[in-house]
Design a protein around this ligand. Structure first.
Ligand code: SF4
Ligand code: SF4
Ligand code: SF4
Length: 330
């Protein structure tokens, strides 16, 4: 397997030294075990901090909206889902392709830490991981085991249909195609939890979501991490909005936030999984997004935001659009 980190450092050094770009936005090792954090390399000496690994979760394109990058030429590291988020920003003229140098990476999926924790006796601090082809080697003083990589992959990655940006859409591709899983899984298999919730009756479903959403602190991390939530002023950040107050103890307020956000991103969600990953309360937000994607696909046919060129299904209306709420004629 080619080493993406080494290739990335070489190309980053070349880009910075030749002044083709002002900054390379990628990832560096974080302070916690198995944590890769966004990192901006601005000079040759920064380049040795750049890495790319199975913990490079964040989508970096949203940083382009920050004033500090205005007028700068930026190189950006992109997995498939990151490219999809950026493509939506490009299509909406939020950023200019001429200001960017796009470094696509062959993505083999990111690791779901909660799944890994169930496989090991030691803590993450005591464990060393090594991804070899389709197996993850886990070593610690307590164990040395190999598990199929698909067993610890994010469910989003198991369902991913676009793991690497197309060659013609980026300036360079690093890495080589690798297998994420040996199994052909349907989206329903990847998100079996949705099926469990669909089987509940209305009251049970309400109780389930009440329990989940009552834990929400409205910290807005899920929105901030989302590559397709890119409004400069989000409606939840407006000054003293009449539709929302700062009381974080009211379920109705949480429901309002989550239902509005889920609808706003329903035909834009690129399936990166960051919203669920960053939630300090482990609220399964992916279930809301996936349910909406599933329903939209049922009504309007399959649509991959940031990949398919046709307009997003909710961005226009046709006379013969299905109307699930239509009242039957008496
Ligand atoms: S969703 Fe696809 S592109 Fe994104 S991290 Fe997972 S496998 Fe990679
Ligand atoms: S990240 Fe979690 S706690 Fe924070 S607003 Fe989102 S759902 Fe609520
Ligand atoms: S809603 Fe969640 S999974 Fe979808 S694009 Fe945003 S962060 Fe990614």
């Amino acid at each position: 397997m080619r080493n993406i980190t080494n290739e990335l450092r070489e190309i980053a050094e070349d880009l910075l030294e030749s002044k083709k770009v002002d900054v390379v936005l990628g990832y560096a090792k974080g302070e916690q075990p198995y944590q890769s954090v966004p990192f901006a390399a601005k000079k040759k000496e920064d380049v040795e901090n750049l890495i790319f690994d199975i913990f490079s979760y964040s989508s970096l394109s949203k940083y382009l909206l920050d004033d500090m990058y205005r007028g700068k030429k930026v190189a950006l590291v992109l997995k498939g889902c990151d490219y999809r988020g950026l493509k939506i920003m490009l299509d909406e003229s939020r950023v200019d392709r001429d200001d960017l140098y796009l470094i696509g990476v062959e993505c083999r999926g990111v690791l779901e830490k909660s799944k890994l924790k169930k496989k090991i006796d030691a803590t993450l601090f005591e464990t060393t991981l090594d991804l070899k082809e389709d197996k993850l080697a886990i070593s610690s003083s307590k164990e040395n085991v190999e598990v199929p990589y698909e067993d610890v992959l994010s469910p989003y990655c198991l369902a991913c249909e676009f793991s690497t940006p197309h060659k013609e859409e980026v300036d360079i591709i690093l890495g080589e195609p690798g297998k994420m899983t040996n199994k052909e899984l349907t989206t329903d298999e990847c998100f079996a939890e949705i099926g469990q919730i669909e089987k509940m009756d209305e009251e049970q479903r309400f109780e389930y979501w009440k329990k989940q959403l009552n834990r929400c602190k409205r910290c807005y991390s899920c929105r901030n991490a989302c590559p397709v939530c890119t409004c400069r002023v989000c409606l939840f950040d407006r000054e003293n909005p009449s539709y929302l107050d700062s009381d974080t103890s009211q379920l109705a307020q949480h429901q309002f936030y989550h239902v509005i956000r889920a609808f706003h991103i329903s035909d834009r969600c690129v399936g990166c999984g960051q919203c669920s990953r960053v939630c300090p309360e482990n609220i399964p937000l992916h279930l809301l997004n996936q349910k909406l994607i599933k329903e939209l696909n049922k009504f309007y046919g399959s649509y991959l935001p940031g990949v398919d060129e046709q307009p997003a299904p909710l961005s226009f209306a046709k006379a013969d659009d299905p109307d699930p709420f239509e009242k039957e004629e008496k």
